[in-house]
Design a protein. Sequence first.
Length: 98
Amino acid sequence: MEKTFEESLNELEKIVKQLEDGDLPLEKSLKLFEDGVKLSRECRERLTAAERRIEVLMKDSDGALKVAGLDSEKLQAEPKRSRGKRIVFDGDPDEVPF
């Protein structure tokens, strides 16, 4: 049975917390990191798919469905709920595992 987006995100947050807390053997840390990367990619794919669905379902002023892009700058400017600590990496955002 496939996990929901929320279940995957919760599991990813638990992994990040375990890695942040440290005190794990190297092999356990590597396994958690691999699992976290996999969950991160799955979540990103689901968000991308949801964004595509939203773009397809946008309606024009007459109520007819039309394809319309999302204004990513506007979405980024909206306040976000804080979920605790974030791991931030420098570099290309497409290469960031979390």
